[in-house]
Write a protein that binds this ligand. Structure first.
Ligand code: UN1
Length: 495
């Protein structure tokens, strides 16, 4: 299959006619397709189309824009199963999770569509008579969207749907690891009636991404990906004075206290650490166990990890899919080596799976290290794979302190039946998200999503807060007094 860029309502190859291949990570003999390895020229063409389309799109009433996004949601509902299968084939996660990914985009579409009838501004009294103060949300202009592959439809939809409802036009550079899903979403937006040029997709690698960030007509960059790349984007946006919203890495802690419902906690750790093969920015990557229950819990956990079914996500019963690519597989292997050298104790896993059904894919056994201290790199650095680090502590205070010994601050979790402990954790865990008696994953579309410290730069996607990213405030004063009224000076208006 030949995948193309989607620019100004047309499907086209890159101008340079360079390509990259995308293969199924569960079986690399399965070629998903070739896609354009685009350059700055393709970006320029897409941005020009988006700039042109903006003149019209910004004037379409927001409720009408919302209706088109709602239509996209309807089409996602109709094509959910097909999209989920394409997603699993392209990036590996089990089918049930891919269905969830599409569902998250559906939820986002309907939420964003309804926001077309709100997009509330404020009106407040003026300090002067016969004068009205109003404020409106205005679109930002042409926005650049750059996204990761692990939620190939859901996470882009968090940005794309609200951005469109707000009246922006877009150029999206999806991950090289999920180009086909990006094109399926583009097809849906086209079918929903989003006009040519309003939404554009340009495939490629860092070259295309950087051209998008640097393009002078692009007013905003919304990015999901690694902290290293996000920081680079932020520095360019700083230099060029662009608005920039970043969703970056995580190293999410899950605390279990002795009074916790332990069976529930066990299910939570398995899902949080090994769901999506640990390849989520919200994955549970640090388990912080109270000493009183540590030994028993770890024994049960290891027993369950042995029973996890690793394999091709399209097969019934598979719980853990492949790693996305060879580079990432090597990275995970190197972290296992680092963990061993640092003196952590490997309890389970730690190796590639290569035999039989695994022979043609990128598979890694679910892995747990214990005796992990906060100085170790496996405690501090985002691995983005099925590797869980365990640290044993003696109190709630120590658990929270250990949890906070991280550069990141995306998600966090505590299992306890003690309401005081739960509220202390909610107050003291340094993270954008805290779960109580649930693992670190499972964000819902209508709530703010994002993190603090090295995870974010102060913005929140999802819910109502994403509309702050994709709009600029216009403040309006209307003076109907018929005379010059000087604010702060003509203050004697009482008598
Ligand atoms: C991500 O990993 O980039 O809360 C997003 C969750 C998902 C979203 C994850 N709903 O884990």
């Amino acid at each position: 299959m030949e995948g193309l860029n989607y620019i100004n309502g047309q499907w086209r190859p890159s101008r340079s006619n360079r390509w990259f291949e995308k293969r199924n990570p569960a079986d690399t003999r399965d070629l998903i397709g070739r896609f354009p390895l685009s350059s700055a020229d393709d970006i320029a063409e897409a941005v020009a189309a988006a700039r042109q389309a903006y003149n019209h799109w910004r004037l379409v009433p927001a409720p009408r824009r919302g209706e088109l996004v709602r239509k996209a949601g309807d089409l996602l509902v109709q094509r959910k199963e097909e999209l989920a299968r394409a997603m699993t084939r392209e990036m590996g996660k089990p089918l049930v999770e891919s269905r969830g990914d599409v569902q998250e985009a559906i939820d986002t579409a309907y939420y964003a569509a309804s926001e077309g009838r709100r997009l509330f501004g404020y009106n407040t009294p003026s300090e002067l008579p016969n004068k009205v103060n109003l404020s409106f949300r205005m679109p930002v202009g042409v926005c650049g969207i750059i996204t990761a592959w692990n939620f190939p439809i859901a996470v882009p939809s968090w940005k794309i749907f609200p951005a469109l409802v707000c009246g922006n036009t877009l150029v999206w550079k999806p991950s090289e690891d999920s180009p086909h899903c990006a094109n399926l979403l583009a097809e849906i937006l086209a079918e929903a009636g989003i006009p040519p040029g309003v939404f554009n997709v340009v495939h490629g690698d860092a070259e295309a991404g950087e051209a998008l960030v640097r393009h002078p007509e692009v007013r905003l960059i919304a990015f999901t990906g690694s902290t290293a790349v996000g920081r680079r984007i932020a520095s360019i946006c700083g230099e060029l004075n662009k608005k920039c919203s970043l969703e970056m890495g995580g190293k999410n802690p899950l605390i279990i206290l002795p009074d916790a419902p332990l069976d529930l906690a066990l299910e939570g750790v398995l899902w949080g650490a090994f769901g999506t093969t640990g390849q989520r920015c919200t994955a549970t990557s640090r388990l912080i166990l109270h000493r009183d229950i540590a030994e028993v819990f770890l024994q049960q956990l290891c027993e369950r990890v042995h029973t996890l079914r690793v394999g091709n996500g399209l097969e019934e019963g598979v719980q853990v899919g492949p790693i996305i690519n060879e580079r990432q597989l090597q990275r995970i292997e190197s972290y296992v080596q680092i963990g061993r050298e640092e003196g952590a104790r490997l309890l389970v896993g730690g190796y590639r799976l290569t035999d039989g059904e695994y022979a043609h894919g990128f598979f890694f056994a679910p892995t747990i290290f214990t005796d992990v201290t906060s100085q170790m790199r496996i405690f501090r650095e985002e691995i983005f794979g099925p590797v869980l680090s365990v640290t044993v502590v003696d109190s709630l205070e120590e658990a929270i302190a250990v949890a906070n010994e991280s550069d990141y601050g995306l998600s966090s979790s505590i299992y306890t039946r003690d309401i005081t402990a739960a509220f202390r954790a909610i107050r003291d865990l340094e993270a954008g998200i805290t779960y109580v008696n649930a693992p670190t994953i499972g964000a819902e579309a209508h709530m703010p999503f994002g993190g603090i410290k090295a995870t974010g730069n102060g913005h929140r996607e999802g819910g109502w807060t994403v509309f702050d990213i994709f709009t600029e405030w216009k403040t309006v004063y209307i003076d109907y007094s018929g005379r010059l009224q000087r604010a702060q000076i003509d203050t004697d208006v009482v008598s």
